[in-house]
Design a protein around this ligand. Structure first.
Ligand SMILES: [Zn+2]
Ligand SMILES: [Zn+2]
Length: 573
């Protein structure tokens, strides 16, 4: 009878087979062990589908993959001669690794992205003499990082039947006992209580001072809730005393839909922001942005890196949502902050809290100025922070030119009746949400012929590259065009003054149908469309490079691709 009792490894007390499930959901020792953590764990009840006297309760880290769980089940219960195995969940089969290729490849699927509390799934090992396990997700917990990947909370004692039984001379506590060549678990002489050590971090977890400061200010922001005062369309301009760069900030949350802080960096950031506001179907929405953000998300949706940050810095939550940071610079996908950006967000948070304090009862003033097209601006001058209003759409200062340069170009070139078109194209990775640098193309409007093209590297200001491209083309052809038409407001604004000096009119026009078509083919490449268009329109060399990376599921070698793009045949356009 004693074998009917099950010991809880959390509190050490024994319970009946029927009572242990309920106990594990409420065991105080276990619950106390899982306070203040951000890592997702699941309590699983695993038992044999037929030999129900074999069961095991485990606590598994949510970011373990199906491959990890498969390995655990093999190690503790089922492995005999490397048979195939699979999981079944919601009617889908998940195979593991290169052992087999049916169903969905579950190798890298994380438990936390698949299972949920209250659900069940199953596992089969060996499709000949199958051992079938049923797995119930009986609870979900959040906790600190633990020493092991899987902890065994409780398991059945060796059933009497198999003891002193001639049929089982060498019994082991596994539902695969007596099946195929099974001769016990890897660790057969010890009743293990955990599996898989979490790798110790080799570098010491030092607290980054700047990041700590950033979290301190974020906590203050969460406490003060400035979005209750500032509507999200009120832009606050903060000039960085160190770099003179302007940050155009909008505080989200006034409509109580989305909370956060967007910081559009520099005039490029501002132009991207306006593009987004006024041209919401613009395809290159995020390729155009230059911004840093404080955002909030559900714990379950956070990335592992963010969770590590939570463990280290313990920020406050806002209405149950967790703060995290994001950046997106031109031509790049979202990614985590770099250290120099900690300071920027800290500075912005600090200024916003001060402005909030001074303006929370005078918000009407800001709104009135906004109606007149002015933005609230703060800057550090004469040893103190000052405030002012500034016009929206400030003159873009990114294109510097000297009168001498203009005179030189005018002298060496004849004004023509040519109309040129300035377009930019982004290339997007097939597998990652990553954009390659921008290519700027200068076309002759009448013939459609490409006059010149250049690639903008990294974070270089593309308006400067556009200016250089135009100058180079004028010098090569010994002409000054009558008009330059562009599809991007940013170029239009940034080059306006420069081209006015050359008596060239620049204006914004919708892209020609041709270029739009071409852009659609390159943007948001979807596999089927890509194959067809690629074969027709892209150079073979580029296709091969893209395909190779896609097939191998690798990151595309950007340098290689850039080389190819640079050597692109002009006929492509
Ligand atoms: Zn207990
Ligand atoms: Zn076997």
């Amino acid at each position: 009878m004693e074998n009917n009792k099950v010991k809880c490894n959390g509190c050490g007390k024994e319970y009946s087979v029927r009572g242990i499930t309920r106990h594990l959901k409420s065991c105080k020792a276990i619950k106390n062990d899982y306070l203040d953590g951000f890592n997702k764990y699941y309590v699983l009840k695993i038992r044999d589908a037929y030999r129900k006297e074999f069961f095991i309760y485990v606590n598994v880290l949510g970011r373990l993959t199906l491959e990890d769980l498969d390995q655990f089940l093999r190690d503790i219960w089922v492995e005999c001669c490397d048979h195939l195995s699979c999981f079944s969940y919601h009617g889908d089969d998940y195979s593991i690794g290169n052992r087999s290729s049916f169903g969905i490849d579950g190798t890298d699927i994380k438990l936390k992205d698949l299972i949920e509390s209250g659900e069940s799934f199953s596992y089969e090992y060996d499709f000949g003499s199958t051992t079938k396990l049923e797995i119930d997700v009986i609870d979900g917990l959040y906790g600190k990082k633990r020493e092991h990947l899987i902890e065994i909370l409780a398991r059945n004692k060796m059933p009497d039947y198999y003891l002193d039984n001639e049929e089982y001379p060498d019994p082991s506590n596994s539902p695969r006992i007596g099946v195929c060549g099974y001769d016990g678990p890897l660790d057969r002489f010890k009743d293990i209580t955990s599996w898989g050590k979490i790798e110790k971090e080799t570098k010491k977890t030092t607290i980054n001072k700047a990041y700590k400061e950033l979290i301190r200010k974020t906590n203050e922001f969460i406490k003060v809730k400035p979005f209750k005062v500032f509507p999200s369309d009120v832009l606050i301009v903060i000039e960085d005393p160190k770099t003179d760069e302007s940050y155009y900030c909008s505080i989200l949350g006034n409509s109580e839909e989305e909370y956060g802080l967007n910081i559009h960096v520099g005039s490029f950031g501002l132009s991207g922001f306006f593009d987004m506001l006024f041209d919401s179907d613009s395809l290159d929405l995020f390729q155009n942005m230059n911004y840093l953000a404080l955002m909030f998300d559900d714990l379950d949706d956070l990335l592992d890196e963010d969770i590590e940050i939570f463990e280290k810095y313990k920020p406050n939550t806002l209405y149950g949502m967790y703060p995290f940071f994001e950046r997106s610079y031109r031509g790049e996908a979202f990614r985590n902050l770099e250290s120099k950006e900690f300071r920027i967000i800290s500075l912005v948070l600090e200024r916003i809290l001060v402005i909030h304090d001074e303006y929370k009862n005078r918000i009407e003033e800001l709104l009135k100025q906004k109606e007149q097209g002015n933005m609230f601006k703060t800057f550090f001058k004469n040893g103190k922070w000052q405030y002012d209003y500034t016009e929206e759409f400030p003159v873009f200062e990114s294109v510097q030119f000297s009168e001498l340069d203009v005179k030189r170009i005018q002298k060496n070139n004849k004004k023509s009746s040519d109309k040129w078109e300035l377009t930019s194209i982004f290339f997007q990775d097939l597998t990652e949400n990553h954009f390659f640098p921008e290519m700027i193309v200068l076309q002759d409007k009448a013939s459609g012929m490409v006059l010149n093209q250049t690639v903008v590297e990294g974070e270089k200001d593309s308006s400067k590259s556009a200016k250089e491209l135009i100058e180079e083309t004028m010098n090569q052809n010994k002409i000054i065009p009558m008009e330059i038409i562009t599809d991007r407001k940013f170029y239009c604004d940034a080059l306006k003054d420069y081209l006015a000096g050359l008596n060239t009119k620049i204006y914004l026009e919708d892209m020609s149908e041709f270029m739009r078509e071409f852009k659609n083919g390159i943007y948001q490449i979807n596999e089927e469309e890509l194959t067809e268009r690629m074969l027709n329109e892209l150079p073979q060399e580029l296709i091969e490079e893209l395909m190779k990376a896609e097939l191998n599921n690798e990151e595309i070698d950007e340098d290689k691709l850039m080389d190819i793009i640079r050597r692109l045949d002009i006929d492509l356009f």
